[in-house]
Design a protein around this ligand. Sequence first.
Ligand code: ZN
Length: 436
Amino acid sequence: MPYQDERAGLDAIRAITESGVVESFRTEMAERHTGQPLPLPRFEPCPAGKYRSYVVAIDGSNIYAPIPGALPCTEAGLVSLGMVVIDVRKLESLPHLPASGAADPGELRRTEKSVSLGMMLPGQNAAKKDGTMPRTWFREILNNELEQAQLGGESFADTLYHLLGDGRTVRCPNDECNEQNVGIPTPRSSGECKTCGERVFVSDGLRIQEQFLENDSPTECHHRVRDALEMLALVNTLRYLAASDRGLRAIANTAFVMDGPLAAFGTIAVLARAVRKEIRRVQELVERQQSGATLLIMSGVKSGPFVDHAEELDRAPEPNKRLSKNHFWLPDNDYIRANIVARGSQQSKPWGELTYYGRPVVLKTANGERLVLNLAQPEADPPLTNAPRPRVLGDALATAGPLGVSTNQFLALRRVHSHAAIPLKRGTDLIQSLAP
Ligand SMILES: [Zn+2]
């Protein structure tokens, strides 16, 4: 760390250079592709497809901050979830502003219906007045919120219980207990660890509390809550719609759009497989009702290795010019491992097999916008990156194309963001208002 008014000297750098460590590192490092334009993988013309009349966009957001003046350092966070239903036909008929060519935001809101929910969760050292420790309080609030949250049908806790399956066990949520097999209770009830007596909730099945450690900011836990809420919102909505004929017809005419990769990381990775199984069940119901109908779930990815790689492919001879309009590419597992996400020693499995419920698609729209999407493929078994072309691909590209408003920007996600995201400044102010 630099000291004030003290500039770093060059002595250390000189010593390193003269010792030859850089040169020997260069000699020993495995060769990587650098500099030259990348060979272009096979982009194909977008297949014909039908765009969906409705888009349901889902996006979560969270803010974590210290409460000023509290000692020892005490922190809390806000987690929100938003969902917007966009009428794509109305959207297309909107007048566009003459200067920017964009739709008038006031008019845009008239094509949408939105819902949002939010919760406040304890962070480091935020204990409850009655002596409940931060980690237990965190679990209690999360479980209570999942019991309350619903979008017309069952609660999020019911959806979670269904995803986890009967008979699921986890390690005891009490971090001082070593019991490895505690049964997950049904929603609206609690179980008990037979070793230490700790109460157990259905939300403990997400195992998020395992990363809630003492004397550490549990920011990871707050992110996981946000991610889990997004997935629960998707499955909750699908299960509600799939329960009626009218709902099944609505699914076949709707694109479900998520933010970020279609994946579950860390302790909640268990959800990826469960979601995959559930969307296959819904796809089968949709098709039984209407032959050839498909469930369309996709997401817009704004950052990460796939976005960087797509940008690199599109670069030569100048940025954003190389890929042909109205073309797409489905990277397969061999390509991904060789060029995008290297295989680690611990990862003998194909890319994304355990964590993803969708596969990457790179698209250059008819308007020339480059998008990196993830697309769920309910009919295929993992690894999806080795599966044939998804059946819903044509509809997905036909729906995504017009919604691509600039590079890596998806209109549907911008809209849900405008409804659901917690503004950084106001979110932080809210947490700081907890100060005595
Ligand atoms: Zn226990």
